[in-house]
Write a protein of this length. Structure first.
Length: 380
């Protein structure tokens, strides 16, 4: 396994692709109910192509509803392609895949384990959540497909996440990224003449970046080092690289206020223990931690001085920074920054501040879990 990872690190692609600066029409969603309503409405108006890429696609009522829409559009002559990450959508039933193909929908999995780098390909995830419709509009952000994301799961309750709808300029970058992922999955792109229509500019300035096991943390370091007053971080997981952790401490030492929101409840084993281990030292440095109480916090964002921000698919952890395929949107646009700020304050009101005594390890079991979390840092 060790040799697999060492060779894989050397021979697999590692890059951070920054797309050009764009000005498009954007709409910001922090609520699954409204996001899915808009998504379904846009899909119903598709004329030529629908391209979707998701990390996790649940075959529950919400997932089946989306599949029905896709099958209907395929029956109308729209070319539909669905790309899922193999690990993230491992439970997606094969009879559903067969049904999609029988209904004219092209389907593929990302990162199918392959010899000789079996563990490398298995460990790398396509974490993208991208939708592109007719090459003219698209969505990017943190929402997967399932009842919990659409707030139809009573056990989960409210699901905080962010999604950005891009119409016009910028949609071509989502299209390019989808097609690159599609080709990597071994699928034929075919003719692209009708996939890149002429697009109008809008009023919102932004820039998309795609991280493929590259160095997204270097971009975040630039943002952290530029901060003068305040840094806000939101993420379901918090396992920064050593460089990022040091940069946050240096920012705090020069007087920058730093607030981090994480979920109270973890959705994966050991991730909360690993984050709390990190905050045992960070809280002592003056960095403030809040745990979200309302439901599940899955948002991924960083806001610096109300001057710059990013939202997208990337968690604030080593896996997203250095292993996964991620897509983020950087912006300095005042309107979008205000929307992020408003949502942040709503989340802060639903969160509980953590003191040092709250995050210190308790009994033997807690210490064992934190020890295991530290050992398996790169796999969480």
């Amino acid at each position: 396994m060790k040799a697999d990872f060492m060779i894989g690190k050397k021979f697999t692609s590692h890059r951070l692709l920054e797309y050009p600066n764009r000005k498009g029409e954007t709409e910001f969603f922090g609520n699954g109910t409204y996001y899915f309503e808009k998504l379904f409405s846009d899909l119903s108006h598709a004329k030529s192509t629908i391209h979707l890429s998701f990390y996790r696609f649940k075959h529950d009522s919400s997932g089946k509803q989306l599949l029905d829409v896709l099958k209907q559009k395929a029956a109308e002559g729209v070319k539909v392609r669905l790309l899922l990450d193999l690990f993230g959508s491992l439970r997606f039933p094969q009879d559903a895949v067969k049904d999609l193909k029988e209904n004219g929908i092209e389907f593929a999995y990302s990162h199918i384990p392959s010899f000789p780098l079996i563990f490398t390909t298995l460990n790398r995830r396509n974490h993208h959540k991208i939708v592109v419709i007719d090459g003219r509009l698209g969505f990017v952000g943190g929402f997967n497909v399932g009842d919990n994301y659409a707030e139809k799961d009573s056990q989960t309750g409210f699901w905080r996440d962010y999604m950005v709808r891009i119409k016009g300029s910028g949609a071509e970058d989502l299209q390019k990224q989808f097609l690159e992922d599609w080709a990597k999955a071994g699928m034929d792109i075919g003719k692209t003449d009708n996939l890149f229509p002429e697009l109008r500019e809008g009023s919102t300035a932004f820039r998309l970046a795609a991280n493929s096991g590259g160095s997204l943390d270097t971009k975040l370091l630039d943002l952290i080092q530029s901060a003068n007053k305040r840094i806000i971080i939101g993420s379901p997981y918090f396992i920064p690289t050593a460089k990022v952790a040091r940069a946050l401490i240096k920012a705090r030492n020069r007087g920058v206020k730093i607030i981090v929101i994480l979920p109270e409840k973890a959705d994966h084993i050991l991730v909360k223990e690993r984050a709390l281990t990190e905050f045992t030292s960070l809280i002592q440095e003056g960095i403030t931690l809040f745990l979200y109480q309302k439901g599940f916090y899955h948002a991924k964002l960083m806001l610096v001085d109300q001057q710059a921000a990013y939202v997208g698919t990337s968690n604030f952890d080593i896996r997203s920074f250095r292993t996964n395929d991620e897509m983020v949107l950087f912006t300095e646009d005042p309107t979008m920054l205000r929307e992020i700020e408003i949502n942040f304050h709503e989340d802060l009101e639903c969160s509980k501040k953590q003191e040092l005594s709250d995050v210190k390890a308790g009994g033997i079991l807690s210490k064992v879990k934190r020890g295991l979390a530290y050992v398996f840092t790169n796999f969480l």
